[in-house]
Ligand binder design. Structure first.
Ligand SMILES: Cc1cc2nc3c(=O)[nH]c(=O)nc-3n(C[C@H](O)[C@H](O)[C@H](O)COP(=O)(O)O)c2cc1C
Length: 172
């Protein structure tokens, strides 16, 4: 198979991005699977995660570590996805799990709505200690409420198409 989109998603944000990437990939030699149900092989992988305390979850780490001789792109959603520097750091941490005998193709991260309990937790924190950091966390949580939005989905499609175009050009 040419393309496999593998993802982990707890509340559906990353799944939305995964489906968009899958749809944008050309041809029929492609599949999309949750990491828990993953089977089969491909030349090129798009591996998606949700940001769990600054990094991907263990199942995505394990999946990435097992890839060898492949082309690998990563994507993800995070509560603080509006902060490009933060996203770069998260990408770097996840990218580090891809063994060096693969070709790394790049990453795409965007904001993803956080579960209401998270905002609740931050508000309780704020009552105890109203620091700039806690205020920033609340702001990020509120900003993420409407994401992933149409713009995020369009950016995810562009990300997938650009990678696919380059791959198809390389095969000619
Ligand atoms: C336990 C937990 C930890 C999280 N940690 C972070 C974090 O450190 N940084 C961040 O930006 N978002 C964090 N988030 C927010 C999620 O990454 C975000 O809402 C993501 O879009 C969820 O994706 P999903 O809907 O595919 O599960 C956390 C969410 C949960 C539930």
């Amino acid at each position: 198979m040419k393309y496999l989109v593998i993802y982990s998603s707890r509340t559906g944000n990353t799944e939305k991005i995964a489906m968009e990437i899958f749809e944008a990939l050309p041809g029929k030699s492609k599949d999309i699977q949750r990491v828990e149900e993953q089977n089969g092989e491909a030349d090129t992988y798009f591996v998606g995660f949700w940001n769990d305390k600054g990094i991907c979850g263990g199942e995505i780490m394990e999946f990435l570590e097992k890839l060898h001789g492949k082309q690998v792109a990563i994507f993800g959603t995070c509560g603080m996805g509006e902060d490009p520097e933060y996203c770069r750091q998260v990408s770097k941490r996840v990218e580090a799990f891809i063994p060096e005998d693969n070709r790394y193709l790049g990453s795409f991260l965007c904001s993803g709505r956080m579960a209401p309990q998270v905002l609740e937790r931050y508000r309780i924190m704020q009552k105890q200690q109203d620091t700039p950091r806690v205020r920033q966390m609340i702001r990020s949580c509120q900003e993420a409420m409407l994401h992933p939005d149409e713009n995020d989905l369009a950016n995810a499609r562009t990300f997938a198409r650009e990678i696919a175009d380059e791959k198809e050009r390389g095969e000619k």
